[in-house]
Design a protein around this ligand. Structure first.
Ligand SMILES: CC(C)(COP(=O)(O)OP(=O)(O)OC[C@H]1O[C@@H](n2cnc3c(N)ncnc32)[C@H](O)[C@@H]1OP(=O)(O)O)[C@@H](O)C(=O)NCCC(=O)NCCS
Length: 266
């Protein structure tokens, strides 16, 4: 499983890299792995030919095996290094928050043990509110259960009894590197208890503290709860536009932004 997402990262990196850069990367690893292999090959050749001059076939076979092994090991190490760099970059871009506390909730990255409870927070209203398909939700829960990276995903845990109350996603903004986009949901058993108001206020604050002066929140014109929450935390409406959603629909959307309040210098 661990290997699977490293392969996915490697393939994504290859798709984006110009082929010259990719070839240069592979060749540099072949040189690194190949140099000691050549020494081993020469030592084998000298030792074998000196002791048995008829062993030419054996020497050729050894060099062929050595060459194939060098390409395989170098290719593997190169892929591992590239996927590791991609992983590091994604963590830096998406791992803006580690833990955030509000009065009743602890916000933290998910762990595999959360998968079942996380699935229970997903219902039709959650899917509709975030414009997700059931498949989007299944993929997320599966990734959490398998311990795969889930960039930007956070879960809300009740501090009183450890119940999983909902989740959020903090993503880089499409248009502005100094901004992060926040989305969230509360599980059906925990709605209308003020959790979203509480946790969104804490998250927005924490994102600002992490160095992002603007937080963007997108919702639909029909989602009165999110509009109410945005009003309460002091987010202002930035624009209204048709919003394409992951489930393929296009809805009338509203984009809010919350700007960090900076104290006036005396
Ligand atoms: C939207 C949602 C997050 C609200 O969570 P919640 O914890 O129930 O919200 P709160 O209890 O903090 O209520 C916030 C405000 O919205 C109002 N509200 C809550 N649910 C509402 C609803 N279904 N319709 C209208 N208003 C609603 C509350 O009355 C409250 O208003 P108030 O401040 O005037 O008292 C939750 O219903 C949910 O997860 N929905 C599905 C996913 C979704 O829409 N996510 C948002 C995408 S950004």
């Amino acid at each position: 499983m661990f290997l699977m997402w490293r392969i996915t990262y490697f393939r994504a990196a290859l798709q984006q890299a110009p082929w010259r850069v990719a070839v240069r990367g592979l060749v540099s690893w072949i040189v690194r792995v190949g140099a000691p292999a050549v020494v081993v090959g020469l030592a084998f050749t000298v030792g074998t030919v000196v002791s048995d001059s008829a062993a030419k076939g054996l020497v050729i076979g050894f060099w062929v095996v050595l060459a194939v092994a060098v390409v395989l090991v170098a290719g593997g190490l190169w892929a591992w290094r590239v996927s590791g760099l991609v992983d590091k970059e994604i963590r830096a871009r998406y791992g803006v928050l580690r833990e955030v506390e509000s009065a009743r909730l602890l916000v933290r990255p998910p762990v595999p043990q959360d998968a079942v409870a996380l699935a229970a927070t997903i219902d039709a209203e959650m899917l509709a509110g975030n414009g997700w398909t059931e498949r989007n939700a299944r993929v997320m829960v599966k990734a959490v259960g398998a311990g795969h990276p889930t960039p930007g995903l956070l879960v809300f845990e009740a501090r009183s009894d450890g119940a999983l109350v909902g989740g959020a996603s903090v993503q880089p903004s499409d248009s502005d590197e100094s901004s992060r986009t926040l989305g969230w949901w509360i599980g059906p058993q925990h709605r209308r208890a003020g959790y979203a108001s509480e946790v969104v206020a804490a998250l927005v604050e924490a994102i600002h503290d992490a160095g992002f002066p603007t937080v963007e929140i997108g919702t639909t014109e029909s989602n009165l709860a999110v509009q109410r929450i945005c009003d309460r935390i002091g987010a202002t409406e930035r624009d209204r536009r048709a919003q394409p959603l992951p489930n393929g629909s296009v809805v009338p959307g509203i984009w809010y932004e919350h700007r960090q309040v900076t104290a006036d210098k005396p």
